[in-house]
Design a protein around this ligand. Structure first.
Ligand SMILES: Nc1nc2c(ncn2[C@@H]2O[C@H](COP(=O)(O)OP(=O)(O)OP(=O)(O)O)[C@@H](O)[C@H]2O)c(=O)[nH]1
Length: 194
């Protein structure tokens, strides 16, 4: 079976639920008392997709202002970004849009962008309309999905949709070899990020 590697970076404001999304994807569980990320955290998970194994290499970045300058170090070496906003906080959409602009300017060419409107379990108190978010993401040709890390809505789908769109690196060991091929190495940050 072919093994493919997909480097994915999560970006977005503090508190939108990036770590919770990753945690659900990794562990099938939700922690209401999860701590804010410091710097960034790295995780891997391998899933079977059709007749391939997809190994996700996931960088979960910190959304707090004081860590934003670090973000380019992670997205510049990624094949895909998931930019998360909170459907209850309009201002997190502004951050998202700034983030998209920055990635277009400073990210790798052909990076795949997905937008996740998180906390859709709180649909009754939403302030960001799904239609508006969808129109925006269509305009930038990004994948769009509303998610809930709390109720496990669309989390696996988000990662699977990514893996369908990313031109994956074949990480199968060359015949006789044992190692994995990595796509790109992190480089120095160019400027502060989303
Ligand atoms: N109701 C609800 N709460 C959520 C959801 N996802 C995350 N939360 C809560 O939102 C808060 C922030 O979640 P985090 O996952 O730490 O957010 P983050 O984007 O990683 O934050 P930083 O690490 O600071 O960048 C926590 O209290 C979570 O329990 C969700 O889908 N629904």
């Amino acid at each position: 079976m072919v093994l493919r590697e997909l480097k994915v970076c999560l970006l977005g404001d503090t508190g939108v639920g990036k770590s919770s999304i990753v945690w659900w994807f990794m562990e099938d569980s939700f922690d209401p008392n999860i701590n804010p990320t410091i710097g960034a955290s790295f995780m891997t998970k391998t899933v079977q997709y059709q007749n391939e194994l997809h190994k996700f290499l996931i960088w979960d970045t910190a959304g707090q202002e004081r860590f934003r300058a670090l973000a380019p170090m992670y997205y510049q070496s990624s094949a895909a970004v998931i930019i998360v906003y909170d459907i209850m906080k309009e201002e997190t959409c502004s951050t998202l849009k700034n983030c998209v602009k920055e990635i277009w300017q400073h990210g790798p060419p052909n990076i795949v962008v997905a937008i996740a409107g998180n906390k859709c379990d709180l649909i009754d108190v939403r302030v960001v309309m799904e239609r508006d978010a969808k129109d925006y993401t269509d305009s930038i040709h990004a994948v769009f999905v509303e998610t809930s890390a709390k109720n496990a809505i669309n989390i696996n789908e988000l990662f699977i949709e990514k893996s369908r769109r990313i031109p994956c690196t074949d990480a199968s060991p060359p015949s006789g070899g044992k190692g994995f091929k990595f796509q790109r190495q992190p480089s120095e940050p160019k400027q502060s990020c989303c």
